[in-house]
Ligand binder design. Structure first.
Ligand code: KG4
Ligand code: ZN
Length: 342
């Protein structure tokens, strides 16, 4: 192993994507294979944990084999194995954790335990090779909405968090209310492009106590009430306008709080990550607001926003260089805060 070329295999199975990736020096993706189970869960309107675990078991080895083939590497040439161990669906996480432990043990290579959200944050190191802490990162996914002060590559402080639904969850629930299908985020974004964001006023929730926390359950209920009241009165429902108005309300709160955090921590960079960062309207609004405050804004390409193993290998690299290896009795943890050690 040379300092200049560290190749890490990343494994991600925390929800409904089985993914393996090989990343060099924490920044350069040699291969990133993602096998999505989306179609399997679509009929249920959300992820069914038992079905997800079973599909991960079927997919994990072929996905790893394909990744090695694409990177033109053998298992012996890897320097370490990084895996998502928390948070997520426990049965799903266990598939990745068990596979990574077996590989680590048999190959005698270090095992690196990566927090899923810390992985999402690290997706930006791949997309922006010059990005260095400290910076503020808005993490917006299906299960989490957080403003994180990234003090260093492995040192995090939570500045704000959702007190109820995650932003992605709100997109998914509103899509369900409008019978649009799953996952809701991309569908709502598409419809919003054709709608009027000022057509309906949905609430923006801010907390008075100087807190940068979020709440998205009120807006979800508000969309439902709006749709019901129109239905009762047999009035037309323009889904494009509802999508655009809902999206605008969510994005405004996300951007406003993130910029307050950037100002109060005195950073010159804001990053966005997680599945909802795939929403280009969010990235555009964040970029505009950052520009007006002289702050730079970064976000990953769409395929690195949603769940993938490249981001896990990227964060694994940071643990590897600090020799923060995990023991072989590593377990999967369903709930664990960013920066909190198991
Ligand atoms: O990070 P992710 O792939 O999985 C979790 O760790 O949760 O995020 C999935 C979430 C879903 O709620 C999905 O609706 C949302 O990200 N999402 C989007 C978009 N693409 C995915 N939300 C808004 N706009 C999008 N374009
Ligand atoms: Zn995720």
């Amino acid at each position: 192993m040379s300092e200049e070329s560290v190749v890490i295999l990343g494994i991600e199975t925390s929800c409904d994507e089985t993914s393996a990736a090989i990343v060099r020096n924490g920044r350069e993706v040699l291969a990133n294979t993602i096998s999505t189970q989306m179609d399997l869960h679509k009929q249920y309107g959300g992820v069914v944990p038992e079905i997800a675990s079973r599909r991960h078991i079927e997919s994990i080895l072929p996905v790893i084999e394909e990744t090695l083939k694409e990177a033109k590497l053998t298992l012996e040439e890897l320097d370490a194995i990084a895996v998502t161990y928390a948070p997520g669906l426990v049965g799903a996480l266990l598939v990745g954790v068990s596979t990574a432990k077996a590989l680590s043990f048999s190959l005698k290579k270090p095992l690196l335990a990566v927090h899923h959200i810390e992985g999402h944050i690290a997706a930006n190191y791949i997309a922006h090779p010059g990005l260095k802490p400290p910076y503020i990162c808005l993490v917006v996914s299906g299960g989490h909405t957080l403003i994180v002060y990234v003090k260093d590559y492995t040192c995090f402080e939570i500045v704000g968090k959702t007190r109820d639904d995650a932003a992605g969850e709100a997109f998914d629930k509103v899509a369900r209310t409008l019978n649009l299908g799953y996952p809701g985020g991309p569908i709502i974004e598409q419809l919003a492009r054709k709608g009027n964001a000022n057509a309906v006023h949905f609430p923006r929730t801010y907390f008075r106590d100087n807190s940068l926390d979020f709440s998205f359950s009120g807006i979800k209920t508000s969309v439902l009430q709006y749709v019901r009241s129109r239905e009762v009165k047999h009035e037309e429902i323009v889904v494009e306008d509802i999508a655009a108005s809902f999206q605008q309300a969510v994005l405004e709160v996300l951007v406003k709080n993130t910029l307050i955090a950037a100002k109060s921590y005195g950073v010159d960079t804001v990053a966005i990550s997680g599945g909802v960062a795939a929403n280009r309207a969010l990235c555009d609004l964040m970029e505009q607001s950052c520009d007006s405050q002289g702050v730079s804004c970064v976000y990953p390409s769409v395929c690195l926003c949603t769940d993938n193993a490249a981001m896990i290998a990227a964060q694994g690299y940071q643990l590897f260089t600090r020799k923060k290896y995990a023991p072989l009795d590593l377990n999967a943890i369903p709930y664990l805060k960013v920066g909190e050690k198991s």
